[in-house]
Design a binder for this molecule. Structure first.
Ligand SMILES: NC(=O)C1=CN([C@@H]2O[C@H](COP(=O)(O)OP(=O)(O)OC[C@H]3O[C@@H](n4cnc5c(N)ncnc54)[C@H](OP(=O)(O)O)[C@@H]3O)[C@@H](O)[C@H]2O)[C@H](O)CC1
Ligand SMILES: [K+]
Length: 503
């Protein structure tokens, strides 16, 4: 699914209005209907609803929503902030249509800001995608008061005060929304970790914007949905043999960290790889042979750490490395050799990233169009550099992926995947139970398996990250967020893949 900027959303609106020969206020009615439909499923009419409206179309949505909720038996009151004579056209149309029974409270000074009773439902329709400067003054005071109250806040389209797709200046007030109902597309701001305190649960409701516009509009930002992933997943051939699904090599594990190799190996096997070989130091040989009988095991000459590449490395279709490696001198040399000589795709994680990050020479040797890096934020910072904020981080990711023609999956709540051609794909599965040691090793194994099965590197990243998060989400039902461990994610991979194969 594409992620549009605020400017592109305005273009989509204008295009739809022209294409369907409707008025902009008709689109506002659709927005309000879509919102009210969501709201009805969430809140009972017994709860009083207080709708705070700003001067633009977001406020206009708020007024239309007030009318529709009133028709559906909710007890609605409306607060209108600022000078109504300067409000947008569609705001004014909806103000005229507001039923008399709905109490209107103008807020023109600080003294007018209400202290709301507990248990009220607040709808925030102050500002949406038209916000063009930080929110201060009277509007800022209203937002501060709303944030102070204990009431549940549902924002229309955006938490008011938050910029849609660029860094919000620090001085502005921002609504801390419990729920956000957005229209047709999610917004980039919802997906960034720095906005956690403002972004509760977000939901996207359709308003039938022009499909023609959506399919033609160019964007580098995307969200990977279940629908997208179902399209990507290829069924296995009926006349199959293991050779069709690739032979992966994992260079993983070291003294005290053989578990990482095991997790990556199990995840790789459960994700459909045809054949798996693991090379590990002798300390790990017997444990790997016992714990992962499906894999072949090669032994490094160094007793505790990766120090060499296996003979005949050309025969593997993909090499995954990093989990449990450590950063010993011998391992640094081996990773250098891997970058300099490998001809197949590489999935590079953990200490292998740290090794490359610490050497400009190694960075300059990253083979083009064949590497996927899977860093967590700290590893990312070492590899790509320190960012000032999440937007800056995405820009740096784009630059790095372009310069080295590589792929990066930056792990987090909405893992972001960067590609050499400048696209960024945000993931939509996963949960905070997965923030625990070993889940990254699992992801390395999954992505390695998809590359082995001949998915493109971009597809392998998107599929891998999605399936990994989905397995974590399924594990929530059995083990919950607190108890979840990396092995639970592996245990739920079969269910995750099965669910994606359902029609
Ligand atoms: N396709 C859709 O999703 C549709 C969404 N709709 C809704 O419309 C809003 C966007 O409406 P817009 O009128 O463009 O913008 P806003 O309502 O967000 O705000 C614009 C007004 O606010 C003033 N403004 C901006 N920033 C500030 C600020 N910091 N302090 C005070 N006032 C501010 C601005 O005034 P100016 O002074 O700059 O002239 C505007 O008056 C979208 O989010 C949806 O909710 C539509 O209903 C249709 C389809
Ligand atoms: K809003």
């Amino acid at each position: 699914m594409k992620l549009l900027t605020a400017a592109q959303t305005r273009e989509a609106d204008a295009f739809t209005i022209k294409e369907e020969d409707i008025e902009s206020v008709d689109l506002m009615e659709r927005v309000a209907k879509a919102f009210a439909g969501w709201f009805e499923n969430k809140f009972q009419p017994t709860q009083p609803v207080y709708i705070f409206c700003g001067p633009g179309n977001n406020g206009g949505d708020g007024l239309a929503i007030a009318r529709l909720l009133h028709q559906r038996q909710y007890k609605v009151q409306v607060y209108i902030i600022g000078d109504v004579s300067k409000a947008s056209h569609d705001f004014k149309v909806n103000l005229e249509q507001l039923p008399k029974e709905i109490v209107q409270h103008p807020i023109q000074a600080e003294a007018d800001i209400p202290v709301l009773p507990d248990g009220a439902c607040v709808v925030d329709a102050l500002f949406g995608t038209g916000l063009n400067r930080p929110v201060t003054g009277l509007y800022g005071k209203v937002i501060e008061q709303l944030n102070k109250s204990n009431n549940c806040i549902t924002s229309v389209d955006m938490p008011s005060g938050l910029y849609t797709d660029s860094q919000t200046p620090e001085e502005g007030a921002i609504v801390q929304a419990d729920f956000i109902v957005s229209f047709e597309f999610p917004k980039l701001a919802f997906l960034l970790p720095q906005h956690e305190q403002y972004i509760g649960q977000w939901h996207v409701v359709p308003i039938n914007l022009s499909q023609k516009f959506i399919s033609h509009v160019e964007t580098t930002l995307h969200c990977t949905t279940q629908q997208d992933v179902k399209h990507l997943l290829k069924p296995r051939k009926r006349f199959s043999h293991k050779g069709l699904y690739g032979h992966a090599l994992l260079l993983c594990g070291g003294y005290g960290k053989m578990g990482a190799a095991m997790l990556a190996a199990h995840a790789c096997l459960r994700s459909g790889v045809g054949l798996l070989t693991i090379q590990a130091p002798p300390v790990g040989y017997s444990v790997l042979q016992t714990a992962v009988p499906e894999a072949m095991t090669l032994v490094d000459k160094n007793r505790k750490h990766l120090s060499e590449l296996p003979q005949g490395i050309e025969k593997y279709d993909v090499i995954g490395t990093g989990p449990g490696l450590g950063t010993e001198k011998v391992t640094q040399t081996a990773i250098g050799q891997l970058l300099a000589t490998s001809t197949q795709p590489l999935v590079i994680d953990a200490d292998a990233i740290n090794i490359i990050a610490s050497s400009d020479r190694l960075k300059s040797q990253i083979p083009k169009h064949s590497v996927i890096f899977t860093p967590h934020p700290k590893e990312f910072e070492r590899l790509v550099g320190k960012a000032q904020n999440d937007y800056d981080r995405l820009e740096r990711m784009k630059e790095f992926c372009h310069k080295h023609a590589c792929y990066i999956t930056l792990k987090g709540n909405n893992t972001a995947i960067g590609t050499p051609d400048g696209n960024i794909y945000f993931n939509t599965t996963g949960n905070s139970g997965m923030a625990t040691g070993g889940t990254g090793d699992v992801l390395t194994g999954i992505i390695t398996a998809f590359v082995a099965q001949n998915y493109s590197l971009e597809e392998a990243c998107r599929l891998g990250v999605y399936v990994h998060g989905l397995a974590g989400d399924l594990a929530l039902n059995t083990v919950g967020e607190i108890s979840m461990i990396a092995s639970d994610v592996i245990d739920h991979l079969p269910k995750a893949l099965l669910s994606l194969q359902q029609p």
